[in-house]
Design a protein around this ligand. Structure first.
Ligand code: PRP
Ligand code: URA
Length: 209
């Protein structure tokens, strides 16, 4: 089982505090989520393989490193995962993007898939699945199930806030999926919202409440 990687970089932690604040309006919230995602992309791509090529600087010919043709796909879980996609693409513009639509039933808290469109060559790609919130883990588990039906090379899950319950459930269902989170919070409340959390990520990104 892979231990979750908590990205405790000061820039990420500072921006995380700002998005937790209930007084942060949608515009700033959205921008900060995107910036956090960009910084987390740096961590989640740390193991990309490199190869050496020969280039010419203004001074001399030298060998230098480039990423060795590894193909990535970013897959946001709709809606809130969309808020992380731009930030990731800012660092890896050549990545393809798939979408998985999930919503949690407000009463049972179980996820329902309503959309799935993935790149045609997903079998050749390493997938980074995106969702700011890992609460019960139900949405992430079902999204990974949907991805695995299409056999990508590997799957990582990048979230901003994870509840211990969600980490445990996702690790149990998919021990091969590396989890990245900016914070592991205390627990879920009776409505399966994360405490202290940041509230409803989708509503705060899109201003729907
Ligand atoms: C939120 C969030 C995750 C899910 C996490 O989405 O973005 O997808 O809940 O909860 P879980 O770990 O218990 O499954 P929501 O279902 O509210 O949909 P939305 O993004 O459309 O608002
Ligand atoms: N989904 C959210 O957006 N927030 C939570 O705290 C839990 C699920």
């Amino acid at each position: 089982m892979l231990k979750p990687i908590i990205t405790d970089h000061p820039l990420i932690q500072h921006k995380l505090t700002l998005i937790r604040d209930k007084n942060t309006p949608s515009k700033e919230f959205r921008e900060l989520v995107s910036e956090i995602a960009m910084l987390m992309c740096y961590e989640a791509t740390r193991d990309l393989p490199l190869k050496e090529i020969e280039i010419e600087t203004p001074m001399t010919v030298t060998k230098a490193k480039v990423i060795s043709g590894r193909k990535l796909a970013f897959v946001p879980i709709l809606r809130a995962g969309l808020g992380m996609c731009e930030g990731m693409l800012a660092l890896v513009p050549a990545a393809k993007v798939g979408h998985i639509g999930m919503y949690r039933d407000p009463v049972t808290h179980t996820p329902h898939e309503y959309y799935c469109k993935l790149p045609a060559d997903i079998e050749e790609r390493d997938v980074i699945l995106l969702d700011p919130m890992l609460a019960t883990g139900g949405s992430a588990i079902d999204a990974v199930n949907a991805l695995k039906k299409r056999s990508p090379r590997s799957i990582k899950f990048v979230c901003i806030i994870a509840a211990p319950e969600g980490i445990e459930a996702l690790q149990a269902a998919h021990p091969d999926v590396q989890i990245y989170a900016a914070a592991q919070d205390e627990r879920l409340n009776e409505n399966k919202y994360i405490l202290p959390g940041l509230g409803d990520a989708g509503d705060r990104i899109f201003g729907t409440k």
